[in-house]
Design a protein around this ligand. Sequence first.
Ligand code: NAD
Length: 441
Amino acid sequence: MRIAVVGTGYVGLVTGTCFAEVGIDVTCIDIDQKKIENLKKNILPIYEPGLEEMVARNAQKERLSFSTDLASSIQGCDVAFIAVGTPPGEDGSADLKYVLAVARSIGQNMNSYIVVVTKSTVPVGTANKVRKVIEEELEARGVDIPFDVASNPEFLKEGAAIEDFLKPDRIVVGVCSERAQEVMKKLYKPFLMNGHPLIFMDVPSAEMTKYAANAMLATKISFMNDIANLCEIMGADVNMVRKGIGSDVRIGNKFIYPGIGYGGSCFPKDVKALIRTASENGYDMKVLQSVEAVNENQKSVLYNKIHNHFNGDLAGRTFAIWGLSFKPKTDDMREAPSLVIIQKLLEQGAKVRAYDPVAMKEAQHSLGDSIEYGKDEYETLIDADALLLVTEWPEFRSPNFNVVSKLMKDKVVFDGRNIYDANDLNEKGFIYYGIGIKQQV
Ligand code: NAD
């Protein structure tokens, strides 16, 4: 089979590379010329564990190629994936201009039957818009070429994207013809060996499934953060509560870790977009509105603890920050809670020295030289008034606290992810603040 993947970001690059890995002939297309030139030299635009080697291997075998030329790359393809961004517009709705621009180019250039698949996260009804745009272009060309539009939302997690793509919990595909279903079945066959289900459904249901999944996960996070905040007030320990409820299989032990709010390119925008879709159609998503409000509040929780600890006297103090990306194992800084915390500290005249294993280059795009960047996690601590654990990278889990304590001016730790043990740190002479844990004095 031959496929084109249009949009070579997190999703497009992983999708294209994983299809090439199982022997499919893939062209990854992007309008960003620099990105494509770099990819041809095996320089990746993103950090994703294992991806660089996989891209190199498949490019070398000539199963994976990169191009800016959609017109020629689309010729003779069985499937064209649209994997471009769908950022939030002013009103929170998903901006479809990139998706529809790609659909238009496909309509202008396709020469044989093709299944056009939206992999981008798009609101219900988008496949119809894609179909209409392609029909308009075919009509303008005066040709009648059959095609189908399908919806195949992506559930990969940044940081574990390859594993998620190659061994998916499920693959959801919305189709409106048997022909498209057969093509998609053939395409995904290599991924079904270990019993991963391929779930076919109608197109609107597939489009909705992605939003429902992200909204449910965001809800679990905000719910648990609300419980954590109440635990603190009431003198309970959310770590205990989490274990207590997580052992109930109806609740499950995943995604119930309190912290400093969700970020990234998906949850914030998808929750907003779903609320917007509902309101445009006369329905009020009350739970999700609260999920969003709790999350906004949660991004300030760590800063509020810092402010209280130092009685608002933050000017001139130095804060060491461990972790900048919105979660571990990615360099994605989109909507990262670290940005909110850093901005608040800088506004108060504090100094910030940060270290992240991979996201510092990406962070520099938005933070520039407003903060210092450490060579490693220990360097950030020199004469620091406090350490803020913001992203729970594995290498931050068991630092040498004797070294930490010698380097810092004041032994204060604000743990935004509850990865350290409060008693342990107290015994080592640190003042420890976690999320949802009663402060020990
Ligand atoms: P991204 O911003 O990393 O990549 C999008 C790419 O599309 C960019 O390289 C951009 O240059 C390219 N592009 C834009 N217009 C184009 C055009 N006309 N022709 C060719 N290329 C074009 O975005 P992403 O994170 O990969 O997300 C893509 C979609 O997948 C979004 O809808 C997102 O919600 C969804 N999604 C993302 C994730 C994730 O973890 N990042 C997971 C699941 C779903």
